[in-house]
Design a protein around this ligand. Structure first.
Ligand code: PEP
Ligand code: MG
Length: 311
């Protein structure tokens, strides 16, 4: 009697340590979705849509003028779906547009962009989106269509907020686009000292989660331009001032039942992982290549804390 053929070898699924703190993964381009999902991560902590737009070669304004809003939405939907499919039902946090004007200026239609003296302190993130509802509404319409298609694992995340006014406006835009903010999981990035200091008000504005964008939080807390080589050695995500802002924010969020996360590069660093686990962060999102190590570091740290607590 012939034996059934052995099933073709699957790519090895990593043995994932069980941890209380979730470990997620950052995905910068949809093409990386499969590799990211294969890490066994608990979800995507950050999916940037910038790449999906910058590869169109045109500013969103120009693209919409030439191809129509529906086509723009379709592009975003295609990119997001690629990742949301790969991870379903694990959650995928998708950030609304956050390209600085100097990046838009290189695209077709970029001549219409302002030439800012300091784009990092300028017209980017949610502040630009709020000033450009004709583009923002189509981003949110893409999310609304994804929800209609059944992608209930998609979460909306707003970048570069400062205070509750920003958040309330963003929430109203979601509502106008047909997304029920009470029914969906959505949140903000904590990237400015202002947003960290205002976390109680942000929570009251209805966010479900707050995610530390430590690349920006570090640059704005220390006044160190993250793209300036002359001060690169002063860029320190573990600076006590940065850690203090993070720790206080987590404390308030725990009190108010708001989920906390990190999606900046520092989430891949051992020292930051240890610090966050001890502070009680809900999840850590790491780069694809770092997920495995972060999973094990979280496990080690959680065990050490447990041992300390019974000693
Ligand atoms: C951050 O600021 O830490 C972040 C994740 O966002 P970006 O690097 O895209 O500014
Ligand atoms: Mg940022």
């Amino acid at each position: 009697e012939e034996r059934e053929p052995v099933e073709a070898a699957r790519p090895e699924t990593p043995v994932k340590p069980m941890t209380a703190t979730e470990v997620k993964v950052n995905v910068s381009i949809p093409e990386a979705a499969e590799r990211a999902a294969a890490t066994g991560a608990d979800g995507v902590g950050l999916l940037r849509i910038e790449h999906m737009v910058l590869t169109l070669g045109k500013t969103p304004e120009r693209y919409i003028a030439e191809h129509g809003a529906r086509a723009y939405q379709d592009e975003l939907i295609d990119g997001i779906r690629t990742v949301a499919d790969e991870f379903y039902p694990r959650p995928v946090r998708v950030r609304t547009m956050d390209a600085p004007t100097d990046e838009f200026r290189e695209l077709e239609g970029g001549d219409d962009e302002p030439n800012e003296h300091n784009p990092m302190l300028g017209w980017r993130g949610l502040r630009r989106s709020l000033d450009k509802p004709d583009v923002f509404e189509h981003e949110l319409a893409a999310f609304a269509r994804l929800y209609e298609m059944g992608y209930d694992n998609v979460e909306v995340m707003f970048p570069l907020v400062n205070d509750a006014t920003d958040v309330r406006k963003a929430r109203e835009h979601m509502r106008s686009a047909g997304i029920d903010p009470e029914a969906r999981s959505w949140g903000v990035m904590i990237e400015t000292p202002a947003s960290a200091l205002m976390i109680r008000e942000l929570a009251e504005a209805g966010i479900d989660f707050a995610s530390f964008g430590t690349n920006d939080l570090t640059q704005y807390t220390l006044a160190v331009d993250r793209n300036n080589e002359h001060v690169a050695d002063r860029f320190d995500e573990l600076h006590p001032a940065v850690l203090e802002l993070i720790e206080r924010t987590i404390e308030t969020c725990r009190e108010l039942d708001v989920d906390t996360s990190i999606c900046g590069q520092a989430g891949s660093r051992t020292e930051m992982v240890d610090f966050l686990v001890e502070a009680g962060v809900s999840s850590i999102s790491a780069n694809i290549d770092a997920v495995r190590d972060v999973q094990h570091e979280v496990k080690r740290k959680e065990q050490r804390l447990l041992l300390d607590s019974v000693r």
